[in-house]
Design a protein around this ligand. Structure first.
Ligand SMILES: Nc1ncnc2c1ncn2[C@@H]1O[C@H](COP(=O)(O)OP(=O)(O)OP(=O)(O)O)[C@@H](O)[C@H]1O
Ligand SMILES: [Mg+2]
Length: 445
């Protein structure tokens, strides 16, 4: 249930994160696209426009020069140079180039102001052309009035300078202003792109942090819940074992002992000459003795009574004495000065740890010396058992463990390790053939 809600929240969180990142990314990309469009526009439209303005000026002056030369040539038949530069075709060609450039300029222009200015130049040029045509027509007629020619030439010159001036000042100035404003927009776009980029990075970092924090706190609380559950389960199991152990000890053992006493009494009442009956009763009594002993052992296995009666340190001390007597090896117990206060599941885990280590030493180690250390500091408890016996190959042992089926109940070292890790402790084992074995466990709380 908890996991499902968490998963759902996580998916929603990631979804929102993804959507927002995509939106911000799209804004950033659109900014960059429009930024590059403006730059492209500057390259493809503004620059040719400025070039055309120069061309317009150029053809305008070429055209005017042609007309002027025509006048000079007609006025003085000797000016050969003027005749070359005043060919009607060239004059018309320059005018045509001028007009072509102007109409091409209009196709490149988006601002209505620029189009208006271009139209104005067109009209002015039309007037200029009309004057030039009149002038040429007059010159071409064999009998022309010199004063009229001079007047028309002056009019033409005036018009030409007006056009030229207009191109240099209003027209070119306006175009440059346009380019400048485009550049301003570009700068602004660049600024916004950078701000959006910074914002998106910041936003992603904050959101990433929030999600990571959310995942972390959820996992942490889930782990804490699981740990609490495990502790509860272990405590319940211990409680159960304790009850069972008490029942066996207090009920079964007492009843068996009472039965044994009764049988002893019956034995006394049976005449001594009934040998076979006496023998049977003796057998029953012996069997009952064994049963009492066994029930004692079972109850001890379920929950060593010493743990509750003596406490952890003294229980281990009693184990040390017991195994020393049993194995004949020399046991040293480095114990804390006072009893350690631990909850039942921890003290039992440590007790079982020492018990298993001692059993293994008794079974396999052939050790001469065994060292037991139990230490506790304000928030850790450390226990180790080391021997100087036969040792074994840990890698081989691990391979054996891996080959076993998972469903099999894990006992011995493996079961010990799992029990300690379930309680949040760490378990280590060190062993080398002929060089002894050391088991350690540590709990931090
Ligand atoms: N102190 C030791 N010295 C030498 N060999 C050891 C020692 N402790 C364990 N071993 C080796 O490691 C193996 C695994 O030990 P473990 O306690 O897991 O299993 P076990 O004692 O064989 O069986 P169980 O403990 O389940 O009754 C043993 O079979 C033994 O070969
Ligand atoms: Mg064992």
């Amino acid at each position: 249930m908890f996991n499902k809600i968490f998963e759902k929240k996580l998916i929603i969180g990631f979804g929102v994160f993804l959507i927002l990142t995509v939106i911000i990314g799209m804004i950033g990309v659109s900014q960059i696209i429009s930024f590059s469009t403006i730059i492209e526009d500057l390259g493809s439209r503004q620059v040719p426009r400025q070039r055309i303005i120069l061309e317009l000026k150029n053809y305008n002056s070429l055209y005017a020069m042609g007309v002027r030369n025509y006048v000079f040539w007609k006025n003085s038949k000797f000016l050969q140079a003027a005749s070359i530069a005043s060919d009607i075709d060239t004059i018309e060609k320059n005018l045509k180039q001028f007009k072509n450039n102007l109409s091409f300029y209009k196709t490149l222009t988006v601002s209505p102001e620029q189009i208006e200015l271009a139209n104005k130049i067109g009209l002015m040029m039309d007037e200029c052309e009309a004057i030039a045509k009149k002038l040429i027509g007059l010159l071409d007629s064999n009998a022309y009035d010199k004063d009229k020619v001079n007047n028309l030439l002056m009019l033409f010159e005036n018009k030409y300078y007006t056009v030229d001036n207009f191109i240099s000042k209003s027209f070119s100035y306006n175009n440059i202003k346009d380019i400048e404003s485009q550049l301003e927009i570009t700068k602004l776009k660049e600024k916004t792109s950078v701000i959006i980029l910074f914002f998106s990075i910041f936003f992603s970092l904050v959101l990433g942090y929030v999600i990571a924090y959310y995942v972390y706190t959820n996992l942490k609380s889930e782990r804490q819940k699981r740990e609490l559950l495990i502790h509860k389960m272990i405590r319940m199991e211990e409680e159960e074992r304790k009850n069972l152990s008490r029942q066996i000890h207090d009920q079964l053992s007492q009843d068996l002992t009472a039965l044994k006493i009764h049988i002893e009494l019956i034995k006394k009442e049976v005449p001594n000459n009934s040998v076979s009956v006496q023998e049977r009763i003796l057998k029953c009594s012996n069997m009952l003795g064994t049963l009492i002993h066994r029930s004692h052992n079972i109850s001890e296995l379920l929950r060593p009574p010493e743990l509750d009666e003596l406490g952890l340190v003294e229980s281990i001390a009693s184990l040390v004495n017991e195994y020393q007597e049993m194995t004949g090896a020399k046991y040293r117990f480095d114990k804390p000065k006072s009893e350690i206060k631990l909850s039942a599941e921890y003290s039992l885990a440590i007790y079982r740890f020492v018990q298993e280590a001692f059993t293994n030493i008794g079974k396999y180690a052939k050790a001469e010396n065994v060292n037991v250390i139990l230490k506790n500091s304000p928030n850790t408890i450390f226990v180790s058992v080391s021997d100087d016996g036969m040792g074994f190959n840990i890698e081989e042992y691990k391979n054996q463990i891996n080959r076993r089926k998972d469903t099999k109940v894990k006992l011995g070292i493996q079961g010990l390790k799992e029990r300690i890790e379930i309680l949040g402790g760490t378990f280590t084992i060190e062993s080398f053939p002929l060089n002894g074995t050391t088991l350690t466990a540590e709990f931090t709380y």
